[in-house]
Design a protein around this ligand. Structure first.
Ligand SMILES: [Zn+2]
Ligand SMILES: [Zn+2]
Ligand SMILES: [Zn+2]
Length: 436
């Protein structure tokens, strides 16, 4: 591993640094881009990565050769090699910045005994700039610790689309593996980036369709810390320690409530459900979907089921605390109702806001969205968008699907009877929407 990294540095740096992009992206895309502007200058016109397998053009090295770093000015950072698997897609991680006193978790260190003083000086300038950037980021994040008045420092982490504040203790996940706090944070950060990528792929949208692409997530150990974060960062005075600020800023705060959410999968579902609310709220404008319970809750349940095969999160659970609604058998619930003619009509359920959607209606909200996703996930985003323009949900539906509501409902009924299973535990994901 060390040899690989060292060779990677050699091959790329010696050719003028174009290939340094992929190496540094492990640490930070932003500063990488800045570095590229400086480093790539001598090779203007070269295509990224197009010459990796061709012999490098001879590059004239000024000054003496250095046997320690093979005349690059840089040595692989042993700390980074140990955490590489966790950190490679991360922009900033407080754990690395603080644990690695010498290298702040960067992929390379300056060759301190370098025989080539000019290269050493150049590497030092680059290192110092990155170190300053990492420390400035962490100093800003530590202000959150002070506001929350925590006993132990929080873990902070930033990926391309999320910035996390985390104080969840170690836990056993669904894969039976025990995750220490830092590993648990990375598990969730990876899950949410994957969700972001799947959401956009399935709905056929890109970052450019959103008004912004950075979501702030607070997952804290104690309710009292959550309550402060709700007030200070979501700007919502919710005493239960959970808050969802949808749009600008985009913030979700929760805490490690093992009574309500006994397992890792319960928290995963909670995050999927609520992060879906964040994603839909930043699509094209800054507004949420709560006026239409199908879109708001049905859409979030669809993604919970997509990943975990069941739905278990209620946004407004405090106002409607009927128990026992978490079920794996939503297909059966819906199909039995349709067969018995006891299902809510699309016309009636379309106009119920998320806040008033009763427990028994959630499987139907999910199922109507399920059918819309089956028809065309891109049109589902169009449906959401017209709701976000504060049009009537019926108008939004017709605009997106160009269907009469009774005709669509009749098709949905036939589709439910045809495709849903009464026996099966878990709803099937349509084949073309599954993971690649
Ligand atoms: Zn980390
Ligand atoms: Zn050296
Ligand atoms: Zn919800």
């Amino acid at each position: 591993m060390r040899r690989q990294l060292s060779e990677q540095i050699d091959r790329r740096t010696l050719r003028g640094g174009v290939g340094l992009r992929s190496l540094l992206s492990a640490v930070t895309v932003l500063s990488c881009l800045a570095a590229l502007q400086v480093m790539a200058a001598p090779l203007e016109g070269a295509q990224d990565g197009d010459q990796l397998d061709k012999p490098a053009p001879p590059t004239k090295i000024e000054g003496p050769l250095c046997p320690h770093c093979k005349t690059t000015g840089k040595l692989p950072n042993p700390f980074y090699e140990k955490v590489h698997d966790l950190e490679e897609n991360v922009l900033y991680c407080s754990y690395c910045i603080e644990k690695d006193k010498n290298g702040l978790g960067l992929p390379w260190l300056v060759c301190k005994r370098c025989r080539n003083k000019a290269l050493k000086a150049k590497a030092q300038v680059e290192f110092d700039a990155k170190a300053a950037e990492l420390k400035a980021w962490l100093a800003e994040r530590r202000k959150i610790d002070a506001k929350l008045d925590v006993d132990e420092p929080l873990l902070h982490l930033q990926t391309k689309h999320f910035v996390w504040a985390w104080s969840v203790p170690g836990f056993k996940a669904k894969d039976k593996k025990y995750y220490k706090p830092h590993e648990g944070l990375h598990l969730y950060a990876d899950r949410m980036e994957k969700f972001h990528s799947d959401f956009q792929r399935v709905h056929k949208i890109t970052d450019a369709d959103n008004i912004h692409n950075l979501h702030q997530l607070f997952f804290l150990e104690r309710q009292r810390h959550g309550t402060v974060a709700c007030r200070e960062y979501a700007f919502m005075p919710t005493p239960n320690g959970r808050a969802s600020r949808q749009g600008t800023p985009s913030v979700y705060v929760t805490w490690y409530d093992r009574n309500k959410r006994p397992t890792d999968e319960d928290f995963y579902m909670e995050l999927l459900h609520n992060v879906n609310h964040l994603f839909t709220a930043v699509y094209k404008n800054s507004w949420w979907l709560h006026e239409c319970g199908i879109a708001y809750e049905g859409g979030s349940h669809w993604w919970e089921i997509y990943y975990t095969k069941r739905a278990g999160t209620r946004c407004f659970v405090e106002s409607d605390s009927e128990s026992g609604w978490v079920s794996k058998k939503w297909q059966a619930v819906v199909k039995k109702a349709v067969l018995a003619g006891q299902h809510p009509s699309l016309a009636e359920i379309l106009t119920i806001p998320g806040t008033s959607l009763k427990t028994g209606l959630h499987p139907f909200a999910w199922s109507y969205i399920d059918f819309m996703m089956h028809k065309d996930p891109a049109k589902v985003m169009q449906f959401y968008y017209v709701i976000k323009l504060k049009k009537h949900p019926r108008e939004a539906f017709r605009n997106a699907f160009n269907y009469s509501i009774p005709a669509f409902q009749a098709e949905w009924e036939a589709w439910v009877i045809e495709t849903y299973s009464i026996q099966e535990d878990s709803p099937a994901i349509p084949k073309r929407l599954r993971f690649r």
